[in-house]
Design a binder for this molecule. Structure first.
Ligand code: OSB
Ligand code: MG
Length: 369
């Protein structure tokens, strides 16, 4: 296949409800959509880099720069359309996984559409529905948090994850457990703690949590391993796992017992599948994280999450949990079983709506080979 053109768009979408993590409160998301055009088909990708470098070093602007000045030129120069070949061709560029993943995802969608198959079947995914949870941000009050959790449980989500930070941790778990003693519950610190907080973190063992996600900063594999030895609850790493190599090192060091896979954080589907397969071979469960994607990125996540070792409920909630109007038709909905169906049309299997995309677009640029 010869790629005729690539289009990059910067969009901004307001959230239905603000999202607060240990890094702060956000009211909207600014992100890049990638469109690759060939043979009358369009492959869609989403780059999850955010406006500020809080979750990781990348931002919407650094990703725009890397895509425009390095990744798109390499693709045209080497006449690449195959996603695995693209992944190999861009490995000399250090880091910038979200920028790489945005374009790689668009090539996967294009490839699947050209073959007339869904991404799930291209990847060898087995699950047709993905068990789903919801990630609940920090609220102004504990009563507000409990009310929000209650709302999501009524909608049918299978598990709740709450964001924690020093001062919003033990009491938040206590408040939820008092009201909902038996729900599946987990917490995510986004790296807000240090080893000096080990005593507070150990108190979380009292709440029968599925896991504690990323208590320490991303580079701290060793301190996570020390903490895991002190805690009964499994640690799960998100920000720390950047590749198959870091995943192997984390498992060999005992830094975690569960891994959160995000395609943007690890640089694409090729790397995400290597991590999935490594964990599967070692009997370590994984689950699919989210970055508050639009329906385009979320559809991609659904196909990835259909692989067999995705064993815990995903952060892949319905469109209306995030946005007033999603960019796709049909929007993502929760089934009565607390799952989301993997779309089964060609490629991502959902239809981006041009009018809605146009309305949210801040900047747009087309590149030709
Ligand atoms: O740490 O999992 C995280 C959102 C933005 C950045 C980091 C994280 C998150 C979430 C949201 O928890 C998950 C979702 O998309 O529902
Ligand atoms: Mg996380």
């Amino acid at each position: 296949m010869t790629i005729d053109a690539i289009e990059l768009l910067v969009l901004q979408l307001p959230y239905v409800h603000f999202f607060e993590t240990s890094f702060g409160r956000e009211f909207d998301r600014r992100f890049i959509l990638v469109k690759v055009m060939a043979e009358g088909l369009i492959g869609w990708g989403e780059c999850v880099a955010a406006e500020k470098p809080l979750y990781s070093e990348e931002t919407t602007e650094t990703a725009w720069h890397i895509l425009k000045d390095f990744l798109v030129p390499v693709l045209f120069k080497k006449k690449i359309s195959d996603p695995a070949e693209f992944a190999r061709a861009v490995t000399p560029f250090r880091g910038n996984p979200m920028a790489k993943a945005g374009l790689e995802l668009a090539l996967w969608d294009l490839t699947a559409k050209q073959k007339g198959v869904s991404l799930r079947s291209l990847y060898g995914g087995v699950q047709e529905e993905i068990p789903t949870g919801v990630s609940v941000g920090i609220e102004d009050t504990l009563a507000g948090l409990v009310a929000r959790v209650e709302g999501y449980l009524k909608e049918g989500y299978q598990r709740i994850k709450i964001k924690i930070k020093p001062g919003w941790d033990v009491a938040a778990c206590e408040a939820i457990r008092r009201r909902f003693p038996d729900i599946r519950l987990q917490v995510d610190a986004n790296g807000a703690y240090s080893p000096a907080d080990a005593e507070t973190l150990r108190k979380l063992d009292a709440f029968n949590l599925l896991l504690v996600e990323q208590p320490f900063p991303p580079f701290d594999l060793w301190d996570h391993s020390r903490l895991q030895k002190m805690m009964a609850t499994p640690l799960c790493l998100d920000e720390s796992i950047l590749s198959e190599v870091t995943a192997r090192q984390a498992l060999e060091m005992g830094s975690c017992r569960i891994i959160n896979i995000k395609v943007g954080r690890v640089g694409g589907i090729v790397e995400a599948r290597l991590i999935h397969d490594l964990c599967q071979a070692r009997g370590v469960p994984v689950w699919c994280g989210g970055m508050l994607e639009s329906g385009i990125g979320r559809a991609h996540n659904l196909h990835l999450a259909s692989l067999p070792n995705f064993k815990l409920p995903a952060d892949l909630s319905a469109s209306k949990r995030y946005y007033h109007q999603d960019l796709i038709e049909p929007e993502v909905e929760l089934t009565g079983r607390g799952t989301v169906k993997v779309p089964d049309g060609p490629g991502i299997g959902v239809f981006p709506v041009d009018k809605r995309i146009k309305k949210a677009t801040l900047r747009r640029r087309v590149f030709k080979g």
